[in-house]
Design a protein around this ligand. Structure first.
Ligand code: ADP
Ligand code: MG
Length: 334
């Protein structure tokens, strides 16, 4: 079990309200990602759930039990941080055993859990090494192992992969997703990286200034962003957001069209302009088109290799059924 419910939770640091009143339920077994720009309150929210920060007001319950005044160690949650803080003088085995030693779990049970965690994390051959003899990815796995052996109701991850290089991050992302499938334990994962959010989450919670902008599955957020903030935050390259007469023609303050939903056409099209920068990724080409008569530069994503060069004139057609409309408050118009 690992259902977590926050009701009317707020957090202030002095005069600054970092989390305005917030309600959120995380279902048992769900992989939930908190995503949002740096400083939006993701870590604070996670630390409130962990009990490492006191809420200013509100309640939290875990599996239906009020846990508002429960100390962190008694909440049955295990946290994994970006800086994994392993004990350098201890072996991997001792590092993983540490929380169990603190909890007074008997040695046979400690060893059973260590073997199991090590097998799940491909660390079996490294149990006698010290952290200094491991790669960054392996160290992060040891930190996760230390969380697994506590057999928590839920795992709380705070940007655990930020210190790893790009290739390792992709590998660890998959490992954590696979671990979640195997353990079927509730996981809450904080990141500022929307690609991590999209690829890992069952449910994404998009935060801005401590406020929940939208909760949904990755594809719900992609297809029906509730407002222009979520529209611009989810998806890469970013959705084109266009204001002015072009939006007014659509009875909107702002229209949004994703780069992958704009076609380059030979004949008639809505916008004709000049290619500025073209980014050739091999699998895709991104090109940035100016001088279309719009105030905004339009980003287009075409699959494969497209040989447009700087200064070429091209004509674009946004797919009409993929145009998002937003009002002056930024809210989606149905
Ligand atoms: P995120 O993890 O999304 O980057 P944080 O939760 O760390 O954001 O911070 C949210 C806001 O709360 C920031 O403006 C930060 O400066 C502020 N904050 C965080 N911790 C404290 C603290 N202990 N005292 C005062 N302000 C804090
Ligand atoms: Mg943070």
């Amino acid at each position: 079990m690992g259902q977590i419910t926050l009701e009317k939770v707020t957090k202030r640091f002095g005069d600054v309200e970092v989390i305005p009143p917030l309600d959120l339920t995380i279902q048992d077994g769900e992989f939930t990602v908190f995503v949002g720009p740096s400083g939006c309150g993701k870590s604070t929210l996670l630390r409130l759930i962990a009990g490492l920060e006191d809420m200013t007001t509100g309640t939290i319950s875990i599996d239906g039990q009020d846990a508002t005044d429960t100390p962190p160690a008694k909440r049955g949650l295990a946290m994994v941080f970006q800086s994994y803080a392993l004990y350098p003088h201890m072996s991997v085995r001792k590092n993983i055993a540490f929380p169990m030693r603190m909890a007074g779990i008997d040695i046979a049970e400690q060893n059973r859990r260590i073997e199991q965690a090590a097998a799940a994390l491909n660390l079996t051959d490294y149990l006698d090494r010290r952290p200094g003899q491991l790669s960054g990815g392996q160290r992060q796995r040891v930190a996760i192992g230390r969380a697994i052996v506590r057999e928590p109701e839920a795992f709380l991850f705070d940007e655990p992969l930020s210190n790893l290089d790009a290739a390792l991050r992709v590998g660890m992302r998959l490992e954590i997703s696979e671990l979640h499938k195997r353990l079927a334990t509730t996981m809450i994962y904080v990141t500022h990286d929307q690609v991590e959010a999209m690829t890992m989450a069952d449910k994404i919670v998009v935060l801005r200034a401590g406020h929940i902008e939208q909760v949904g599955t990755p594809l719900e957020l992609y297809h029906t962003p509730r407002n222009s903030f979520v529209a611009g935050f989810i998806g890469s390259p970013k959705m084109n957001l266009i204001t002015g007469p072009e939006a007014e023609k659509c009875d909107a303050h702002t229209i949004g069209i994703r780069p992958e939903h704009i076609d380059v056409v030979d004949g008639e099209g809505l916008w004709t302009g000049k290619v500025g920068v073209a980014e050739h990724l091999g699998s895709d080409t991104f090109f940035h088109v100016q001088d279309t008569g719009l105030a905004e530069t339009i980003t287009v994503r075409a699959p494969g290799e497209v040989n447009y060069r700087h200064g070429d004139t091209i004509t674009l057609n946004p797919r009409p059924d993929q145009v998002h409309r937003f009002d002056a408050q930024g809210l989606r118009i149905a």
